[in-house]
Design a binder for this molecule. Structure first.
Ligand code: PDD
Length: 280
């Protein structure tokens, strides 16, 4: 198998040769942020938006960006060139660096920068034909879900709960509202209007979410960014999840209940088709 191209602290090397200290604050505390961006036919998709979100995440946790946007861009392009695949999922992680264990920020550390270019996972055709299954899960995450933090314990527990129920995603429920998935954003169609949670501290501002909002506008479909009551999930005409790796998927079951007629809906189909045209 070909090696996965990677980057660690200024050096390009194969993934299996990357090493970091156990005192890295990413390892000790989950003290870092990340970004995951898709590459289609060797072109990074919505690169500017992903880099803006990465810079914002670093700013929010008070880590100085080691690179400016053109340097990040060069790093990403180098990984794309080194990969033998044309469709990739580029993962970038920045931590507060290596220091003796102490909760307080170290006075002088250099951020650890790691990136790798994995082949973009293929979306199973069955997901597109039949839709996917969801569960709901009590949202026990912190109150800054807008930061793309590497500390993902609550998300992982929710995703595992979904996997154990043979579902693809867990929808996070807080105060009886459905916010987003454990690793995706949520859209709901009700009486020909599409709903998604507004950008606030309780969700990750998904780049795919923004892209889908643009597609809906182009399609002339009404969309409201407002809170979604949990009970709407069970009477929805359509439910979708969006993310960089899942694109836009229709859900046809939630908590073992069938969504509408149990097939991916028409609004999803139009959106999905336009997505495929526009993503290249
Ligand atoms: N997850 N919400 C959460 C909690 C996420 O982790 C993600 C992405 C999204 C969708 O964001 P975007 O459209 O920018 O991918 C929403 C990535 C894919 C991951 O952690 O692997």
């Amino acid at each position: 198998m070909a090696s996965i191209p990677a980057f660690l602290n200024g050096e390009y090397l194969p993934l299996d040769e990357c090493r970091v200290s156990v005192l890295d604050r990413g390892f000790i505390y989950g003290d870092g942020v990340y970004e995951l961006l898709p590459v289609y036919k060797n072109n990074a998709f919505y690169l500017t938006q992903h880099l803006e979100r990465l810079q914002r995440s670093m700013g929010e946790i008070k880590v100085d960006s080691p690179y400016d946007n053109s340097e990040w861009q060069a790093l990403i392009n180098n990984l794309i060139q080194q990969s033998e695949h044309d469709d990739l999922a580029i993962y970038i992680q920045i931590t507060r660096g290596v220091a003796p264990r102490d909760h307080v920020f170290p006075s002088a550390t250099q951020a650890t920068v790691f990136a790798m270019a994995n082949p973009l996972p293929i979306i199973p055709s069955e997901y597109l034909e039949n839709g996917v299954e969801l569960i709901t899960s009590n949202d026990i995450r912190w109150q800054r879900c807008d930061i793309k933090a590497i500390s993902l314990l609550a998300n992982i527990l929710a995703k595992q709960e979904a996997a154990e129920a043979s579902a693809v995603e867990a929808i996070m429920i807080r105060d009886d509202y459905a916010l987003e998935g454990s690793a995706s954003n949520l859209f709901l169609v009700r009486d020909e209007v599409v709903y998604t949670h507004p950008k606030d501290n309780l969700i990750l501002p998904g780049i795919t979410r923004d892209f889908v909002l643009e597609l809906l506008e182009e399609l002339g479909i009404e969309c409201k960014q407002q809170r979604i009551p949990k009970e709407w999930l069970y009477s929805a005409d359509e439910l979708w999840i969006t993310s960089s790796s899942k694109e836009v998927l229709a859900a046809t079951k939630i908590d073992q209940k069938i969504v509408a007629d149990g097939k991916p809906g028409e609004v999803w189909r139009k959106t999905y088709n336009l997505y495929q045209q526009r993503k290249m």
